[in-house]
Design a protein around this ligand. Structure first.
Ligand SMILES: Cc1cc2nc3c(=O)[nH]c(=O)nc-3n(C[C@H](O)[C@H](O)[C@H](O)COP(=O)(O)OP(=O)(O)OC[C@H]3O[C@@H](n4cnc5c(N)ncnc54)[C@H](O)[C@@H]3O)c2cc1C
Length: 395
């Protein structure tokens, strides 16, 4: 899978700025391991999974075995890697498919991270090791049908009944919902918004699959319905109250996404570069036409800029606490640029660009979801606007 320069000693078209040289040995090792996993286990079947609308749940254990789940968390049988290593893993996974990366983001950053950060020691011992192994699958229920960009308007509630908690409400657009063993559900209580660990076999908890998606088809997306779900006192995450709980999880996942989107973009750029070199029209490879070269150059620059931005934000996060606005900048810029690369690559492939025989339209459609979830493009723009001006323009 190593790329060779077409001009020895000069820039490699597939790693133009030699960003590889900015990585530490261990990071490169992890990157290569995930790259191999994606090549061996994802690339050959992903078009079919996408077409039939199936997430390959059988890969969960394999991803656990190579340490991808809760990867940047310490202890409880998690790998405890750097944030950059986690990001690079996301890049490689999303080179395969945004749905596969979404599974890893939801499992690690949205389901394990809140338990790891805000759970009791018993909760951590009970849930984190099997989740790290991929034996127990998690999901994260924040969004509701009428509470998307503004989660503070959620209606799902948790009320005390003796020592128990009773949850009512529904959550929408929940990744992994239908395959989850445990859901981290955020609900309104008398004290504020709190997180609950809900085993999905609890009476009153049901799941409806969201069908007819044209994006993230190799990922399960569900509605969660909670109808008088009775949970013991210790189901609540004790260490956080308020929206800062779920928002901190979103920051973790968004960090993975700002790396991941570059992987999708790279896959599209490489597909277009290879195609342009082989496809002949007017008696010449289309790669020899100026207009195609311009599109290839633009895509290459976008992929390299995105990777440099991701790596910089990763190093900042490894260096200490990071301003969430930095993560917003990376998520916004890298996802919108990836979408632009995917659309350009789609055009370079001509009619072939609309089929699943090539990865491009699959990535393009997936990136529409990535553009919307984990804070829309507009939401991140407003976060940046507030960071720049001190004025919140949200409402
Ligand atoms: C495939 C998929 C998987 C998902 N997985 C999960 C998951 O696992 N868990 C989970 O909790 N959620 C999940 N989501 C939900 C996702 O986070 C929400 O869709 C997202 O937050 C946007 O909410 P919304 O769809 O209700 O859009 P809305 O909030 O209704 O937004 C509609 C439009 O209005 C814009 N808008 C909203 N407010 C403002 C404003 N103040 N100023 C300017 N523009 C504004 C938005 O940017 C957008 O363009 C998933 C979504 C998808 C598509």
């Amino acid at each position: 899978m190593t790329h060779h320069p077409v001009r020895p000693g000069l820039a490699d078209p597939k790693d133009f700025l030699d960003i590889d040289s900015l990585l530490m040995d261990e990071e490169r090792l992890i990157r290569d391991t995930v790259r191999r996993f994606v090549a061996d286990r994802v690339l050959a079947s992903i078009a079919e999974w996408f077409e039939v609308g199936r997430f390959p749940v059988e890969l969960a254990g394999e991803m656990g075995a190579i340490g991808l789940l809760g990867m940047n968390l310490d202890g409880y049988e998690c790998s405890g890697t750097s944030n950059v290593a986690y990001g690079l893993a996301c890049t490689e996974l999303e080179y395969g498919d945004s749905g596969i990366r979404s599974f890893v983001s939801v499992q690690g950053s949205l389901s394990m991270f809140p338990i790891w950060s805000y759970g009791s020691d018993e909760q951590k011992q009970r849930w984190l090791p099997p989740m790290a192994a991929g034996e127990t699958i998690g999901c994260f229920g924040l969004t509701e049908a009428d509470a998307g960009s503004d989660p503070s308007s959620m209606r799902t509630s948790a009320r005390r009944d003796g020592a128990d908690w009773v949850l009512n409400g529904s959550k929408m657009w929940i990744t992994n919902g239908g395959i989850a063993d445990v859901a981290v559900v955020w609900a309104r209580t008398d004290d504020g918004i709190r997180g609950f660990i809900v085993p999905t076999d609890t009476a009153g908890f049901t799941v409806n699959e969201i069908k007819h998606k044209m994006s993230l088809r190799a990922s399960v997306t569900s509605e969660l319905v909670l109808d008088n779900v009775r949970l013991p006192e210790d189901a609540v995450l004790p260490e956080v109250i308020g929206l800062k709980g779920p928002l901190s999880c979103l920051d973790e996942a968004r960090f993975g996404i700002l790396f991941g989107a570059v992987g999708a973009a790279r896959a599209c750029f490489e597909a277009a570069l290879d195609y342009a070199g082989e496809r002949e029209m007017f008696g010449r490879p289309i790669a020899s036409f100026q207009l195609i070269q311009q599109q290839l150059a633009e895509m290459m620059m976008s992929v390299n800029r995105g990777m440099l931005l991701a790596l910089h934000i990763g190093r900042m996060k490894d260096g200490g606490p990071i301003d969430p606005a930095h993560i917003s900048m990376g998520k916004l810029d890298n996802v919108r640029n990836a979408l632009e690369v995917a659309r350009t690559a789609r055009s370079v492939l001509g009619a072939n660009g609309i089929t699943l025989d090539y990865p491009v339209i699959r990535h393009m459609n997936n990136l529409e979801s990535v553009y919307t979830y984990e804070g829309t493009n507009e939401v991140h723009t407003l976060i940046l606007g507030e960071a720049l001006t001190g004025h919140s323009a949200f409402s």
